[in-house]
Design a protein around this ligand. Structure first.
Ligand code: PRP
Ligand code: URA
Length: 208
């Protein structure tokens, strides 16, 4: 399937194994999600547009490249929050929007409870963050909300996905690039990813 990037790097595999492990405690889980997000950001931003600028070094005038477009990072609360700092450290000029969604445990439908994005989102490259792409309902709802606010250039950055979520996102917007550290086998009867890593929000924040 086009437009899906499963990132293949020894450090990404190593850190993913750590967060999959059920015995990894909250502190290490949180630190590792942060590191994994930073490693992924390097690949996710590989083709960002640049522009040429003059740079005065202490020795001479030369030309360099800088990012041509603003980057807006939008985590889907709660679990996407765990990915923000790692990416923000690499792109300190990025603005951060927030969208709050939770998945109803029975219907699995996403419910929006918060949204705040910068007005510059219209002209920015948006990195939409959520470690888990399960049914795909949350990501599709987030994209609809961001598009209502004018976002036009969105890429999705997850960690663990499955074919059901990829298919849903892909059939909604085939042009949106999907970046994952792993594409797992599928969903169980509770719509959790198998093998997955469990409930990402609960594991990040110690709520279970
Ligand atoms: C989890 C996860 C995603 C969503 C994925 O959040 O962080 O946002 O489920 O599932 P989907 O692809 O089937 O929509 P959850 O709804 O548990 O909310 P939380 O982050 O507040 O715990
Ligand atoms: N949300 C999670 O946090 N984990 C899953 O496996 C599915 C949805």
């Amino acid at each position: 399937m086009s437009n899906i990037h499963i990132l293949d790097h020894p450090l990404i595999h190593h850190k993913l194994s750590l967060i999959r492990n059920k015995d990894t405690e909250t502190k290490l889980f949180r630190e590792t999600v942060d590191e994994l997000a930073a490693l992924m950001a390097y690949e996710v931003t590989r083709d960002l547009p640049t522009k040429v600028v003059d740079v005065h070094t202490p020795i001479a005038l030369t030309q360099g490249k800088v990012l041509a477009k603003e980057v807006v990072i939008v985590p889907i609360l709660r679990a996407g929050l765990g990915m923000v700092a790692g990416i923000q450290n690499l792109i300190p000029t990025a603005k951060v929007g927030h969208i709050g969604l939770y998945r109803d445990e029975v219907t699995l439908e996403p419910h929006e409870y918060y949204l705040k994005v910068p007005p510059t989102i219209r002209d920015a490259t948006v990195l939409l963050l959520d470690p888990m792409l399960a049914t795909g309902g949350s990501v599709v709802a987030a994209i609809k909300a961001l598009e209502k606010h004018g976002a036009k250039d969105i890429r999705f950055v997850g960690m663990v996905g499955c074919p059901e979520g990829v298919a849903k996102l892909h059939s909604f917007r085939p042009d949106i690039a999907i970046y994952l550290a792993a594409l797992d086998q599928g969903l169980n009867e509770h719509s959790y990813i198998v093998p997955g890593l469990g409930d990402a929000g609960d594991r990040l924040y110690g709520t279970k």
